[in-house]
Design a protein around this ligand. Structure first.
Ligand code: FMN
Length: 170
């Protein structure tokens, strides 16, 4: 079993985190805001999901920015990690969901294996995102501002990918 940790400014990510847990009940036993997390708790998980929205101009939410230095005390070697991001592809087309890349880089730096990390950009219309690596998003991308009607399907498709990649190795 694993846990999901998320950051948010106005609560959109909270609802998406709940929907992800509902889609992956066998993998996620608890969801928690990252500002309530302890490094030891993250260290104790075999599987993790990290997510959050992008603010400012391509920046992390305050809760994630405050927590990120604590990763220097966490060893993610041998752990599978999946990522998700919320953003606004119309209003912030030059930095769509860019903050996810900062979390991605930190997870890799700490030795984690990012799974379900080749998410198609098809269906999105944006100019730039730091979270696109080799032509794919490094995690699930949700746009609650412009496409809330697509959220449920996007979560289902990605959750199936996560399930396959996490359970295949067990
Ligand atoms: C001031 C402000 C700055 C934002 N900056 C970005 C951005 O740089 N990139 C992006 O994709 N979305 C940006 N957004 C959109 C938010 O990420 C989006 O509204 C998201 O759903 C908020 O989720 P939350 O309520 O969990 O924080 C911004 C929104 C606001 C209000």
């Amino acid at each position: 079993m694993g846990k999901l940790f998320y950051g948010t400014m106005t609560g959109n990510t909270t609802s998406v985190a709940e929907a992800i847990q509902a889609a992956l009940p066998e993998l996620i036993e608890e969801i928690k805001c990252i500002d309530k997390a302890k490094a030891e708790e993250i260290q104790a998980c075999d599987f993790l999901i990290f997510g959050g929205s992008t603010w400012g101009d391509g920046e992390l939410t305050d809760d994630w920015a405050d927590f990120l230095p604590q990763f220097d005390r966490i060893d993610l070697k041998g752990k599978k990690v999946a990522l998700f991001a919320l953003g606004d592809q119309v209003g912030y087309t030059y930095n769509f969901v860019s903050a996810m890349k900062e979390i991605y880089d930190k997870v890799k730096e700490r030795g984690g294996q990012v799974v379900a990390n080749c998410v198609s950009t098809e269906g999105f219309d944006f100019s730039h995102s730091a979270s696109v690596v080799a032509g794919k998003f490094v995690g699930l991308v949700i746009d609650e501002v412009n496409e809330p009607d697509l959220t449920s399907d996007r979560i289902s498709v990605w959750a199936e990918l996560v399930r396959q990649e996490v359970l295949s190795a067990v």
